[in-house]
Design a protein around this ligand. Structure first.
Ligand code: FES
Length: 104
């Protein structure tokens, strides 16, 4: 699957993701600007991304825990998600997202 990522500088990247991987892991392993301090344990919010509005339904709603964690960052928007909570799958092939300032 392919993930289209716009980084904090506005540069666009096309990343190849493997089924079952967390989207955060793909972004991190490709060397983009994402801290992901807790490694996907849902306790840092430094994997914060903005999901393209066209992809929000496919990605699905955040859990209560994810929403609580997002409340701790200042740059949250209605399409904010934590990328460690999104799993790569064929259904998300072509996913578009933007790295949030608070992920850097
Ligand atoms: Fe820490 Fe996603 S990596 S919440």
């Amino acid at each position: 699957m392919i993930i289209h990522v716009t980084d904090q500088a506005g540069e666009k990247h096309e990343l190849e993701g493997l089924e079952g991987w967390r989207v955060m892991e793909v972004i991190r392993d490709w060397g983009l600007n994402i801290k992901a301090e807790c490694g996907g344990a849902l306790s840092c919010a430094t994997c914060h991304v903005y999901v393209d509005p066209d992809w929000l339904d496919a990605v699905g709603a955040p859990s209560d825990e994810e929403e609580d964690m997002l409340d701790s960052v200042g740059d949250v928007r209605s399409n904010s998600r934590l990328s460690c909570q999104i799993l790569c799958s064929d259904a998300l092939d072509g996913l578009k997202l933007t790295l949030a300032p608070s992920a850097a």
